[in-house]
Write a protein that binds this ligand. Structure first.
Ligand code: ADP
Ligand code: MG
Length: 624
């Protein structure tokens, strides 16, 4: 028997303000961008429409500012602080979502605010004043602003959303996006790939009969990606993605500013005057946009002449655009396709408004490109269409079987680690890698749960088994792959395999067995009413686990390497460890992070001094 068809998605929604059930609740589509974010919905005429609340503009810059009093601003207002208060103004947080410090160490200088380096595989944090924020919390603030704007503009509570992510986002980045939504008080019905949303906005893929191969070219503010999608029976499959995470419209602006400096015979060093630099940058952006309807830009910033002809502008940016074409070539190659195989090309991102970009892309593919819709709105518009489908409002579109509740396993501290999120189409498979938390651990208990809560004790246990016979190794060395396979009949197969030794174990369960629609409904409702406290608890547990792990590694480090350290260094390290232990006992997240940071900053030079291979490795890896 196939799974119950999206049992509830269409039916339930809860008014968070009153706690009452609502029948007709709107589901919005959100494009959570690196540079700009926006929200769209399906209007009463059944058309997707972007939200422009009180004339504040459609695009909300993805910027968050914290003032000394702890006052938080998001969007245009926050963007102004990029110049005046860069340490407390967070931009491009999407680059950090679901990332460990290890992932970003090569470009940490890009950020003007403090990204915490704790030398582990745990997720990065950002320090603002005395507080530590996770990228999830910061993205949550942006989503909260979008939710508030939608509610204000539509005069109705908005509790459900579809959020888009780049096709190349991994599991951890997708989960982080879901968590951010949860934190903003949103029930995230589905995470959708940005290129999929963009093609939906053009109506591509809505007809289940149609089979197509398309290229989605997305040039935003700071990032570029191209995806090749195959659409068949209403299913979007990503054949390949390519791109450059540091290439976008900002580079065009920089090229223009440098050109002006040269023409005015000024040295680049004058850009250390951040206010002037920002003024020039804004003027450059203005020039770039003006070329849509004029061929010469001629203005002044103070005494500096800002003159630029369109032809000169095009020569400035040509090498950048050529780089994106190389990425397109690579994407085709990875997909194993020739140019002729591409049926449609969809243009996404504000920077595709530049005529030269459109021209070069069209020339490369040998076809007209889709740019009839607003390129910086198209992703949100498509997300709104997907939201409407999930809400069950589009009878013309067949909803595929989906799993009604998330499936996952228990990780340290009793947390639920979701492997297959709810609303995933079936059949599906997903997996993740784990490791041990204690030296010499030879067994690993694997507990499989179903549900939406962050703590497994609130979810429904489906199965439990032991992976036995892991060869004794230091903590963090074993590599255990856990794979979930949910077939079309709703049978879940869970397989655990330790990659170094090959030991393997598996179970099969039927998640829908013994649970009624009403119970599923209840579980979903509980997850929404408890969302805020759940996320808070999860973050505390994660901080605690990280802190405990840190104490463990630091102590071991001292035991093994005492001879390399001075007596004073050993005593100080002990003191930092004790302080961290005291913080762990208080159970305050910020204090724990602060003490982790201090211990880390203090001991890092030692670690660098004697980079012990085994310990270096043991400090990494997600523990089970
Ligand atoms: P992201 O997806 O990274 O959040 P967007 O799609 O919103 O970014 O694109 C932002 C970029 O688009 C900025 O570099 C901005 O200067 C550029 N942009 C916006 N409008 C235009 C225009 N008319 N012409 C050229 N570039 C533009
Ligand atoms: Mg974008």
């Amino acid at each position: 028997m196939p799974l119950n068809k999206t049992v509830l998605m269409a039916k339930i929604s809860i008014n968070l303000a009153t706690g009452s059930l609502q029948k007709e609740d709107i589901v919005v589509g959100i494009d959570l961008g690196t540079t700009n974010s926006l929200v769209a919905f399906i209007n009463p005429d059944k058309d997707p429409q972007v939200i422009n609340d009180a004339g504040k503009g459609v695009l909300v810059p993805s910027v968050v500012h914290f003032d000394a009093q702890g006052e938080i601003t998001v969007g245009n207002e926050a963007k102004e602080y990029l110049v005046t208060d860069p340490q407390n103004t967070i931009f491009s947080v999407k680059r950090l979502l679901g990332r460990s410090y290890h992932d970003i160490e090569n470009y940490k200088d890009f950020f003007s605010y403090k990204v915490i380096d704790d030398n582990t595989e745990s997720l990065v944090k950002i320090k603002v004043g005395d507080r530590f924020y996770t990228p999830i919390e910061l993205s949550g603030l942006i989503l909260k602003e979008l939710k508030a704007r939608a509610e204000h503009a539509l005069k109705t509570p908005v509790n459900r959303a579809v959020i888009t992510v780049p096709a190349y986002f991994n599991d951890s980045q997708r989960q982080a996006t879901r968590d951010a939504g949860k934190l903003a008080g949103l029930d995230v019905l589905r995470i959708v790939n940005e290129p999929t949303a963009a093609s939906l906005a053009y109506g591509i893929g809505l007809d289940p009969e149609e089979t197509k191969t398309i290229a989605v070219y997305d040039l935003g503010g700071g990032t570029f990606d191209v995806s090749i999608l195959q659409i068949q029976n209403g299913i979007f499959e990503v054949l390949s993605t390519n791109g450059d995470t540091f290439l976008g419209g900002d580079d065009f602006d920089r090229a223009i500013v440098n050109y002006w400096l040269e023409k005015n015979q000024l040295d680049k060093s004058i850009l250390s005057d951040t206010a002037l630099a920002q003024q020039l940058r804004l003027k450059a952006e203005e020039a770039k946009k003006a070329f849509a309807h004029q061929s010469l830009f001629n203005e002044k910033v103070g005494e500096i002449w800002c003159t630029l002809e369109r032809t000169a502008f095009e020569e400035l940016i040509r090498p950048k655009v050529e780089q994106t074409i190389t990425c397109c070539k690579n994407a085709l190659k990875d997909a194993g396709l020739g140019i002729d195989a591409i049926d449609e090309i969809v243009m996404v991102g504000g920077s595709t408004r530049t005529a030269l970009v459109k021209k070069m892309v069209a020339e490369f593919f040998g076809k007209d490109v889709h740019n009839e819709l607003n390129p910086d709105e198209v992703v949100a518009l498509g997300a709104a269409i997907q939201a409407d489908i999930l809400a069950g409002n589009r009878k013309d579109i067949l909803l595929l079987d989906v799993t009604p509740l998330s499936l996952g396993i228990e990780t340290m501290g009793g947390l639920m680690d979701v492997i297959i999120p709810r609303n995933s189409k079936v059949p599906t498979k997903a997996g993740r890698q784990y490791t041990t938390s204690v030296d010499g651990q030879v067994n690993m208990k694997i507990s499989v749960y179903q549900g939406e809560r962050d703590l497994i004790k609130e979810n429904r246990k489906l199965a439990e088994f032991d992976l036995k016979g892991i060869p004794a190794m230091p903590a963090g060395l074993p590599k255990v792959d856990i794979n979930f396979l949910l077939n079309a009949d709703g049978i879940l197969k869970v397989q655990a395999i330790e990659l170094r030794s090959g030991v393997k174990q598996e179970v099969e369960v039927k998640p829908t067995y013994g649970i009624t629609d009403d119970q599923v409904e209840q579980m979903l409702m509980d997850s929404i009413t408890h969302a805020q406290e759940d996320v808070a608890q999860r973050m505390l547990i994660e901080a605690r686990t990280e802190g405990e792990q840190m104490v463990y590694t630091a102590k071991r480090f001292l035991e093994k390497n005492a001879s390399y350290l001075s007596i004073q260094e050993i005593a100080d390290t002990h003191r930092y460890i004790e302080e961290l232990q005291a913080a762990l006992a208080t159970g305050e997240k910020d204090t724990i992070h602060k003490k982790i940071d201090e211990l880390n900053t203090f001991t890092q030079p030692f670690a660098e001094r004697l980079m012990d291979e085994a310990i270096g490795k043991a400090m990494k890896g997600k523990s089970l």
